[in-house]
Design a binder for this molecule. Structure first.
Ligand SMILES: [Zn+2]
Length: 368
């Protein structure tokens, strides 16, 4: 078995950490290791994506297993003007797990086809869509994804069969006011005052209380200039999350209404633009049950954790692009602490060989 190699693959990839859509070295490393294993590798799929197709030659479903590749940006501790890439979300682990499973997946395949898909640009929410444009979904019936989970979600060395992400969006609202000398505020329209009211109004938006949602401003910018001058504009960035696509859309519509009201109240023109969007998951219940069964069979009842949730994932664009595709996304209890996206996120990578094993045994039930 090659599962143990997932740890060294992950450690090598950790050192190569690269930002979204810049995963050149990561891509070369993955393609190189797959070629060493004797696979026919396709690279530059949707940017730095790497895929391998394995065909049993017999009829059966085509299952794509997706691992994301990118790291996150943080200020350089030696030079705050510079940015460094750090694998603070564990995508190095996901590639390590799939690489560690690759040879056993080939041995396991008895019917249908497998496609191993190493996807760039998850954090920028662009990678899945870029790979889809490059035909990664052609002929695919099932897509499997996974993510390491932090201590807050599920215990170390356990697995959950379904990670219930949320629908999320980032909206940039631009409020145009009217510049004036601060001594004559009645001649201007102060976009900062308008923004403070808009932030309050948007914070009061409500949707179905049976669903969870959150709306919060995460950045506010205005022009640099004299402190005794009313600025001409303000930009406010909002992060919006909701349990499903419908609730997210309702919030976005109500935000637009709040922007329109600003004109009446302040005379300030406000426009909102969605700069990021991620749909909610729609997993296949049979596949989720199959995963639960596999977890219990491989590691016992105690290893089956409750489903966990939160966060967004561009994985769900695969289902949006082809609603016929059946998806599943399992969670790996890695003990990641203090939490995903924390600069100093760390976890016990001894769980990775088990994740490779779980993946192979799950695929055996579909394509074995
Ligand atoms: Zn992630």
């Amino acid at each position: 078995m090659t599962y143990q190699n997932s740890v060294s693959f992950r450690r090598d990839l950790h050192e190569l950490a690269e930002l979204s859509n810049q995963e050149k070295k990561t891509s070369e490393y993955i393609a190189g290791k797959l070629r060493e294993m004797g696979f026919n590798v396709k690279d530059h799929v949707g940017g730095y994506g790497v895929t391998v197709d394995i065909d049993s030659g017999l009829p059966g479903p085509t299952t794509m297993i997706r691992a994301d590749m990118d790291a996150l940006p943080y200020p350089d501790e030696n030079d705050p003007e510079k940015t460094v890439a750090i694998h603070a979300c564990g995508h190095d682990a996901h590639c390590g797990v799939l690489l560690g499973a690759a040879q056993e997946l080939r041995n396991t395949l008895k019917k249908g086809k497998l496609r191993l898909a190493f996807q760039p640009g998850e954090e920028s929410l662009t990678g899945a869509q870029n790979m889809i444009k490059d035909h990664v979904l052609d002929g695919v019936d099932i897509v499997v994804g996974s993510h390491i989970r932090p201590v807050q979600d599920i215990p170390f060395n356990t697995f959950c069969a379904s990670v219930n992400h949320v629908a999320c969006a980032t909206a940039e609202i631009t409020i145009n006011g009217k510049m004036a000398h601060a001594a004559r505020p009645h001649l201007g329209i102060n976009p900062i005052e308008a923004a403070s009211q808009l932030i309050t109004a948007i914070g009061l938006i409500k949707v179905d209380p049976n669903k969870s949602w959150s709306i919060k401003p995460t950045q506010i910018h205005s022009e640099k200039g004299a402190t005794n001058s009313i600025p001409s504009y303000v930009k406010v960035i909002f992060d919006i999350r909701a349990q499903d696509n419908e609730a997210l859309q309702q919030i976005l519509d109500k935000m637009k209404g709040s922007c329109r009201a600003l004109k009446e109240i302040f005379g300030a023109e406000a426009s909102s633009e969605i700069i990021d969007y991620c749909p909610d998951p729609e997993y296949d219940p049979e596949l989720v049950d199959l995963m639960k069964k596999t977890i219990v069979e491989q590691f016992g009842e105690k290893a089956l954790a409750n489903d966990c949730g939160g966060g967004g994932e561009d994985f769900h664009f695969y289902k949006i692009a082809n609603p016929e595709v059946r998806t599943i996304y399992f969670g790996v209890g890695s003990g990641a602490t203090p939490g995903l996206h924390a600069r100093d996120m760390h976890f016990d990578d001894s769980v990775l060989p088990l994740a490779s094993q779980l993946l192979v045994e799950f695929i055996r039930k579909i394509n074995g």
